[in-house]
Structures are given as C-alpha cells and as structure tokens.
Write a protein that binds this ligand. Sequence first.
Ligand code: SF4
Length: 176
Amino acid sequence: MRSLSNILFAWLGMIDFIVPLIFAVAAGNKGFCNRYCGRGQLFTVLGKKAKCSRNKQAPKWISSKIFRYGFLAFFLTMFGNMVFQTWLVGSGAASLKEAIKLLWTFRVPWGWAYTGGFVADWIAQFSFGFYSLMLTSTIIGIVVMVLYKPRTWCTFCPMGTMTQGICQMKKTDTAS
Ligand code: SF4
C-alpha cells in the first residue's frame, strides 16, 4: 500500500501535461480535453452524475482572456520555480524538502509517502513539487465545480488555455 502511495507516482502527472500539447501541436485540436483528460472526467462525474455541483453560471471574469492568461502566467511561474528547486537539489545547492505545499503557501508534511534512497534526490524533489501543483489545482477545480458548473475549472485550466492558444495559432496559419 505504501508503495502505491509513493510520491514518485507524481511523475505520471507529466502525461497530463505533455499529451494535451502533443494533441494540439500535431492534430490542432483539443481531443485530449474532450476525450481523455482524467481531471475533466472527474469533474463531470462529481458535478453531473454525483450532483455535487450547484450548477450555477460562473461569473464572467472567470472565462475572460485577462484572467485565463493571467492564471496561465502565474501557473507557469510556479512551474518554473518548481523546476528551479529541482535543479538546486540536483546540483547540491539545496537539500530535498519532503513536503507538499498546498495553494503554494501551506506546508503539508508528506514524508510518509517517500521512503527515500532508491532514486536521486532531485527526482523526489520534482515529485513533491509537481504533486503540490496537481493537488492545489485539483482542489481549486473541486471548489469551482461545487460553486458553479461541473467543468468550470476547464474555462481557466492552464493546459486548456495553452492548447486553445496553440489550436488558434494553427488555424490562423492554415487560413493565411
Ligand atoms: S481544460 Fe484542463 S482539466 Fe479540462 S479537460 Fe482540458 S486539460 Fe483537462
């Protein structure tokens, strides 16, 4: 059971990070969002089937360009910071921090999920950082799912914003 909950499984989350971009770049569509994204499906199941959503219209600013791109910029900054922390640990300039940070602020000790020693510390550091990012975004997604429509998170999801931007660029390229 302990091995199944190992923090290193956070690396699998990179699939959800890379595959939507591959779909957008290669096929010019949001096929991943529409068919395969586990998080999108989770919000549909919880919100629609389990009726955990109030199903109310979200405020307009949530889907505004400025908010979506602002949130994307914030998310990418946090991602960059996480990669930097990983690099610091890899280069020996910092030591491994076995903690999950919720909402980029609250430290949640999670040492029980990592027994240590069998991978390099930077690999574990990336896992803790990436898990923090995924857990935080899932919690935000659940909150907006409950308050508004089931897939409100998808209107400002950084991956959705990036793939949409790529698809639009590809359409413009094809049209010109
Ligand atoms: S917008 Fe984000 S959460 Fe929604 S389906 Fe696409 S990748 Fe998944």
